[in-house]
Design a protein around this ligand. Structure first.
Ligand code: ATP
Length: 455
């Protein structure tokens, strides 16, 4: 993990927030290569969850919403983590996580009393991860919603705080009616959205795994009550396959079934990934019954039901969801791709990204920078290819160093322009993974790259 953190900063993937001011805990910034990587992660998700699905549409809802939404969703009263403090070293700890480490599952909706009972019953099995002692304060529920001071409203919510959204799916639920009325969707159908969410996480650590500002990719699928479990199984399979298509090794993924379900849930599984600190949740795939639309209907006073156009059956749609963080996916992709290889007694660091996720697809390298003809030819190639692929032009340092630099950021192909290129109108193309080099005619370059980058 330390290697990945240091590497991500050194190579311009991920920077700690506000570093020159001494930092700002649990927020990270994506650097020049990180933003390309995260954009590619989002594009792949959008392709799989919206563009290739006739039954799913996209949405981009606001971060600020009517405060009543967070009451309806249960976040104002219930969206909270149980917090305890180690009496010896004063570390602040999440009790549900401590219990989980000891093999005891605590549902996130448990009351303070319930969690304290479970905590004191099992406290002998639990040690403070910072100092190793077992001397804790009682758990106190800590609300996760981040308040803003946006205000000056008139109306029934004038005195309530406006929150930054704690999850993106509420924006989907409250637009259910709008989407049904304005498009041709029919149940079963889904609404997908990518966007920022904010949580006052108490124990934000493990790099970008848990941050206070993060981005979610969520898809809520609306179904008839009788189809819920059938559709749920389909969604689980679809999401599993998605990760395999994204290049994850199957042995690094596993399903984790929730044992103690919230009262409204039908079933809940997480897809866990083998992060450097062990298997942890990457994505949640949950069957939520009709809780969400029922709650919103109750709080807004409007009917949120659906009438089947064929059978005439009227019901409040049930929902199954797929929910995953962009940052967690980026961390999983970095973990999966980071490779060290020994080549001629030296360590070569390569990010073996799936080509579709690689921040830079092609590097264009004139053999020497002070030879005008080489530079001119290389720039010509760069100016043409940059319109089609994300390219990088680099003329500084020896060719070997430039190859290594591209290996480190995971660029699938390097093109070298030398004196033969001027004679024969061809270049050397080097493959990141095999390091194999071959000559290819400049006229065939574009077709070759299209074919190989999209495989
Ligand atoms: P955890 O148990 O890890 O706190 P959660 O069960 O609260 O997560 P959800 O509310 O189901 O998570 O959110 C769905 C997804 O959003 C998670 O699977 C994760 O990928 C991402 N996510 C949630 N909280 C954070 C966070 N603080 N930082 C980064 N990603 C997050």
């Amino acid at each position: 993990m330390n290697k990945i953190v240091a590497f991500s900063k050194r190579k311009g993937f991920i920077f700690p927030s506000s570093e020159i001011y001494g930092g700002f805990s649990a927020v990270y910034d994506f650097g020049p290569y990180g933003v390309e990587l995260s954009n590619n992660v989002k594009a792949e998700w959008w392709k799989a969850m919206v563009q290739t699905r006739e039954d799913i549409v996209g949405l981009d809802s606001g971060i600020f919403m009517n405060p009543k939404i967070w009451e309806a969703s249960g976040h104002v009263s219930g969206f909270s983590d149980p917090l305890s403090e180690c009496k010896d070293c004063h570390a602040r700890l999440r009790v549900d996580h401590l219990l989980e480490e000891a093999g005891i599952f605590a549902d996130e909706k448990m009351t303070e009393d319930e969690i304290n009972k479970l905590f004191s019953k099992n406290v002998k099995k639990i040690k403070c991860p910072s100092c190793g002692k077992s001397n804790f304060t009682e758990a106190r529920k800590f609300n996760l919603l981040v308040k803003s001071n946006l205000g000056n409203f008139t109306g029934s919510w004038a005195d309530e705080p406006v929150y930054l959204r704690g999850e993106t799916c509420q924006g989907i639920y409250v637009n259910f009616r709008n989407v049904v009325d304005s498009t041709r969707v029919k149940i079963p159908f889904g609404i997908a959205q990518i966007g920022k969410a904010f949580r006052n996480e108490i124990t934000a650590r493990q790099f970008i795994f848990r941050t206070r500002e993060f981005e979610q990719m969520e898809m809520q699928y609306f179904i008839s009550p009788s189809e819920e479990m059938k559709e749920y199984e389909k969604l689980r399979k679809y999401r599993w396959k998605y990760y395999l298509n994204l290049g994850f090794k199957e042995e690094n993924l596993k399903w984790h079934k929730h044992e103690n379900l919230v009262f409204y849930a039908k079933e809940a599984y997480d897809i866990e990934y083998k992060f450097p600190f062990g298997f942890k949740e990457l994505e949640g795939v949950h069957a939520r019954g009709n809780y969400d639309l029922t709650q919103h209907s109750k709080f807004c006073g409007k009917e949120l039901n659906y009438t089947d156009p064929i059978s005439g059956e009227k019901y409040i749609p049930h929902i199954i969801e797929s929910s995953v963080g962009v940052g967690r996916t980026v961390l999983a992709v970095l973990t999966e791709s980071y490779t060290e290889e020994e080549i001629d007694g030296e360590i070569r660091v390569v990010l073996k990204f799936p080509k579709k996720l690689a921040p830079v697809k092609v590097a264009i390298l004139p053999l020497m920078k002070n030879k005008e003809e080489l530079v001119k030819k290389a720039k010509e190639i760069f100016n043409n290819l940059k319109l089609k692929f994300n390219c990088e032009y680099d003329e500084t340092g020896t060719i070997g160093k430039r190859y290594r630099r591209q290996d480190e950021i995971g660029t699938p192909y390097c093109l070298t322009i030398d004196f033969d290129s001027l004679e024969n109108n061809d270049v050397t193309i080097r493959n990141r993974d095999t390091m194999e080099q071959k000559r290819i005619s400049i006229n065939e370059l574009e077709g070759y790259l299209f074919k190989n980058l999209n495989e």
